[in-house]
Design a protein around this ligand. Structure first.
Ligand code: ATP
Length: 506
């Protein structure tokens, strides 16, 4: 009877190894090809800090532009605030008091690490949102020991994740903080922007900017960082309008992929129309509008396969007290062993403007001319970690084949769209290829020229950075002005006239 158990443990080990290998493979390519790499490597670096190389930066720019083009609707605007904000901002927002993670320390070797993640990894249960008392109880009852030296663990305690910073010459008399989210800037700018714009609700303020969190145990490489980029939209609206949505007819039959808090046990995902989610799950129409909008961003714009996507509900204990509805976007990341959070949709109610109004003693309610009434708007927040999404796309589109590695990115996010190669760099082929490359760039296609190594090696190199097309200039080109276009995924080749190349690629 022991055989199945042994086999199972081998399978689990195999899965774990495959996960580690995939993560390693992706990171190796990322480092070797200039996607991302640890910052200050020559000094040993610090966990949680990464630099985007030239390809990673191109990809990040493309993601951010796609995101802006998609989410900035009518009466939605982008602003750019600051990363350093005064302490009053975070007293009001509650970050100074509540932005904590549970920390535990080994009494012998003094290794410090996140208690909830440790409990999750050791006991294979969900521990996010548990109280310090519950975590301590689980550690004691299961006799969990230090993962480094096997020593006894001290009682868990809260650790605040804010980075304090001193301003000017005032030293510790003037403490500010590095912002842990971009959201506070739109809240602080709300009234000014409302007045400067059409004085109408709903309206959205978006910001793409840096966020800083002093994570206790940043791990999983690029997934959990201490300095990262967020892309967030704060939608300000009249609370009376939460169950209305102008384009409702168009979206009511759209099917959402939902895992409610109740569905977690059997790992169930239900496919349910917006109409049914409104009636049966009591989710308001405006919230559903943004749920489907976010789902479509992943399925239609980023082309994430349906099976790797879900909207995941946080239970009452897991979500912040002010969030009435909180669903995250989870993507299936093989390198990290399953579904992980990459974005969230938070109904923050009147918490933010209300708290800033109280702290600053400045009125933030606005007068709505059309409705002849004053309101303190409520906020729906669409929050994305840009770096985490880049990592997720690398994982989702990574393929390790017998002869090659490739990222099967859709062209919308591929850092480079076309590689242009002369078959050989003599007899005028190189010059011709450079002219073709220049013409493609002029036509707005992100192409690059490469003449080093055999043509097979050049194909492998562009596959490895996710370039969807390669164009080869050969001796026939010199006779008939046609080139070979090779598609990355199928490796199929076809002949195209240079005069029609840009149009055909587009
Ligand atoms: P987590 O539970 O993973 O710590 P969170 O729920 O605290 O994340 P939010 O505060 O909702 O995250 O932030 C919004 C988004 O910012 C997340 O969905 C994620 O994409 C990104 N994000 C949050 N923390 C980090 C981090 N340490 N490194 C990289 N991205 C992050």
């Amino acid at each position: 009877m022991a055989a199945p158990a042994q086999q199972e443990s081998r399978e689990v080990k195999g899965d774990k190894q495959a996960k580690v290998d995939r993560l390693k493979e992706i990171s190796n390519i990322a480092e070797k090809r200039g996607i991302f790499f640890p910052t200050a490597e020559i000094y040993g670096g610090k966990a949680g800090f990464y630099t985007y190389g030239h390809l990673g930066k191109l990809m990040k720019n493309r993601f951010e532009n796609l995101w802006k083009g998609y989410f900035l609707e009518e009466n939605f605007w982008e602003i750019e605030g600051n990363s350093i904000l005064p302490s009053q901002v975070f007293e009001a927002s509650g970050h100074l008091k509540n932005f904590n993670d549970p920390l535990t320390e080994c009494k012998s070797c003094h290794f410090r690490f996140r208690a909830d993640q440790f409990v999750e990894d050791s006991l294979k249960i969900k521990a996010e949102g548990l109280s310090i008392e519950d975590l301590d109880k689980l550690i004691r009852e299961n006799k969990l020991k230090c993962p480094r030296c096997g020593g006894q663990l001290a009682k868990a305690e809260w650790f605040n994740m804010m980075f304090p910073i001193t301003i000017g010459a005032a030293g510790s008399k003037d403490i500010s903080y590095l912002s842990p989210e971009t959201a506070q800037n739109p809240f602080l700018s709300f009234k000014r922007e409302f007045e400067a714009l059409r004085k109408k609700l709903p309206f959205g303020l978006a910001m793409i900017g840096k966020a800083f969190r002093n994570e206790i145990s940043p791990r999983q490489l690029f997934f959990r960082l201490r300095e990262f980029t967020q892309a967030e939209v704060q939608v300000f609206f009249d609370p009376e309008e939460i169950d209305s949505c102008p384009g409702w007819k168009k979206i009511s039959s759209y099917k959402l992929l939902l895992q409610s808090a109740k569905d977690r046990k059997g790992d169930k995902v239900q496919e349910i129309t917006c109409e049914d989610a409104n009636k049966k799950l009591k989710l308001p129409k405006m919230y559903l509008y943004y749920m489907q909008k976010m789902q479509r961003f992943y399925l239609e714009e980023l082309r994430v396969p349906k099976k790797d996507f879900r909207l995941y509900e946080l239970s009452e204990e897991e979500r912040a007290f002010y969030n009435k509805y909180h669903w995250d976007i989870y993507l299936n990341l093989e390198a990290l062993g399953g579904f992980k959070e990459v974005a969230g949709l938070h109904y923050r109610g009147g918490h933010d403007l209300g708290a800033h109004e109280k702290q600053s003693q400045k009125e933030l309610a606005v007068f709505l001319e059309e409705k002849k009434k004053k309101v303190l708007p409520h906020v729906l927040e669409l929050s994305f970690g840009v770096d985490r999404n880049i990592f997720a796309l690398l994982d989702i589109f990574f393929r390790s084949e017998k002869e090659r590695n490739l990222f099967a990115f859709p062209p919308s996010i591929a850092p480079i769209e076309v590689g242009v190669f002369p078959l050989v760099s003599k007899d005028g082929l190189a010059e011709k290829a450079q002219t073709v490359n220049d013409e493609l760039r002029k036509a707005g296609i992100r192409s690059f020229y490469d003449e080093d190594g055999s043509i097979g090696r050049r194909y492998r190199r562009v596959d490895e950075i996710g370039t969807p097309f390669a164009v080869t200039i050969d001796y026939d080109t010199m006779k008939d002005n046609t080139v070979t276009v090779r598609e990355r995924d199928s490796m199929k080749q076809r002949r195209v006239k240079i005069a029609e190349l840009a149009k055909s690629l587009k």
